[in-house]
Design a protein around this ligand. Structure first.
Ligand code: GDP
Length: 423
């Protein structure tokens, strides 16, 4: 059984908490793309955790976590994340964490390059998380990257290093005029943070195939959402990898396996970190109220997120790109206490209303078309069954299901593990 949990919108939909919850029914949880630009917040009986690189399944005993070949791994960041979790009593060993030999290593110069470019762009900046993600994926496709498997053969790795450093300095020193990358610093980076990982590194595809054949259940955990996918998102304001479910088996190391199910995570309202078109955006006091209510500040960066109402146009597109079979609608509790709730049902441009998500360039000039649905005035955070929810909340869920043509299977009404309803 191979299931993917993916984001339908701009990310931050609450994927981490849904993976944490649903991992109870899985043996293996696998991250298949991206790096430490993700920030999955998980709150459970063991504490409050922010996971950037490790799959959210790491918090469940008995679950094996896999970091797939589609990932880019900042090994210094990984060392810190592992240390923090261990301090909190979470056991991590090669038994419950397997890192793909094909995953790419994010280098300190990739982070440096990311910062230099954002500085150069000044007020035209993209809102990069400055974790080196775009530069390291660029290096991967230029075939100048280091892969995790190379850490198992340090002699070969260190022999390749001078040529790469020389090449990278053409950009860092040559183009940006910044302080040059030093070979000994890179060697120290590998020695300190990479070599201790040797026992974790393996062919995860082989492991996953054997597990799959033995009837184990595998959950693929995405980072970000469809609208940040490098090919299908709001390019160039996207991330640098494919986060869509169809890429899941490739990025996990099992291109031969087919997904059995795709669970799309969608928030009851919208949020978007960083730059780029966000048609349904609220501004001013209206935005501040929703941002505060939802605690919409980035887990990885602390940046205030842009917010708006639920966006039917973007969500329908996200569901299509993800091929979602069912939806988990998160943070419904945040919408409590309103007479009416706004929903974005179209994008208007020059008198024409789009109900299908247009090409990114068009988005820049679109204005939102809002509709209103009835709200509810009571607190729903202690609801645990469908029958506990007020009729207006049930109607809101039904409205979204109909508008997006996809069934909502789970609704979450609080950040805690048990604060959810299965419909
Ligand atoms: P992810 O990147 O998709 O995992 O999402 P984030 O972790 O960035 O954002 C989700 C945030 O909302 C986290 O702080 C969660 O603890 C919190 N959260 C998740 N589900 C709910 C919910 O149903 N209600 C409330 N109030 N908070 C939630």
């Amino acid at each position: 059984m191979l299931t993917a949990i993916v984001g339908i919108n701009w990310g931050d939909e609450g994927k981490g908490r849904m993976v944490d919850l649903l991992s109870k029914d899985y043996d293996i949880v696998c991250r298949y793309q991206g790096g430490n630009n993700a920030g999955h917040t998980v709150i459970n009986e063991r504490g409050r955790f922010i996971l950037n690189l490790l799959p959210s399944g790491i918090l469940r005993e008995g679950v094996v976590c896999v970091m797939g070949p589609g990932m880019v791994i900042d090994i210094r960041h990984l060392a810190g994340e592992m240390a923090r979790l261990r301090e909190a009593g979470i056991a991590i060993s090669p038994e419950n964490l397997k890192i793909s030999d094909r995953a790419v290593i994010t280098m300190p110069y990739n982070v440096q390059q990311d910062c230099l470019e954002e500085e150069r762009l000044a007020d035209k900046k993209f809102g990069s998380t400055k974790r080196g993600i775009a530069p390291v994926y660029a290096d991967k496709y230029l075939k100048k990257a280091f892969r995790m498997g190379e850490l198992k053969n340090p002699a070969r790795l260190f022999a390749r290093l001078p040529g790469i450093v020389e090449w990278k300095n053409l950009t860092i020193r040559g183009s940006y005029g910044a302080e040059e990358v030093r070979e000994e610093d890179m060697r120290a980076y590998f020695n300190e943070y990479g070599l201790p990982l040797q026992d974790y590194i393996c062919d995860v595809g082989l492991y996953l195939n054997e597990a799959h054949a033995a009837g184990k259940k595998i959950l693929l955990e995405a980072q970000l959402g469809a609208l940040r996918d490098i090919d299908y998102g709001i390019y160039p304001y996207t991330s640098s990898s494919n986060n869509i479910a169809a890429y899941g088996p490739i990025g996990a190391g099992v291109p031969n396996l087919k997904l059995d199910k795709v669970i799309g995570i969608m928030k009851a309202y919208s949020s978007c970190v960083g730059e780029g078109p966000f048609t349904a955006e609220y501004f001013g006091e209206k935005a501040e109220k929703l941002r505060k209510a939802g605690g919409e500040y980035g887990a990885a960066t602390g940046r205030p997120r842009r917010v708006g109402p639920f966006d039917v146009v973007a969500s329908k597109y996200g569901i299509r790109c993800q091929g979602a079979d069912e939806i988990a609608l998160t943070k419904l509790d945040i919408l409590s206490g309103h007479e009416e709730i706004e929903v974005c049902v179209g994008y208007e441009l020059d008198g024409k209303v789009f109900t299908e998500f247009p090409f990114t360039d068009v988005l820049d000039d679109c204005k939102p078309v809002f509709a209103k649905v009835k709200g509810w005035n009571c607190d729903i955070s202690s609801c645990r069954k469908k029958e506990d929810l007020p009729q207006a909340a049930l109607d809101y869920i039904r409205y979204i299901e109909d508008a997006c043509a996809c069934k909502v299977r789970y609704v979450s009404v609080g950040a805690e593990r048990d604060a959810y309803i299965e419909l």
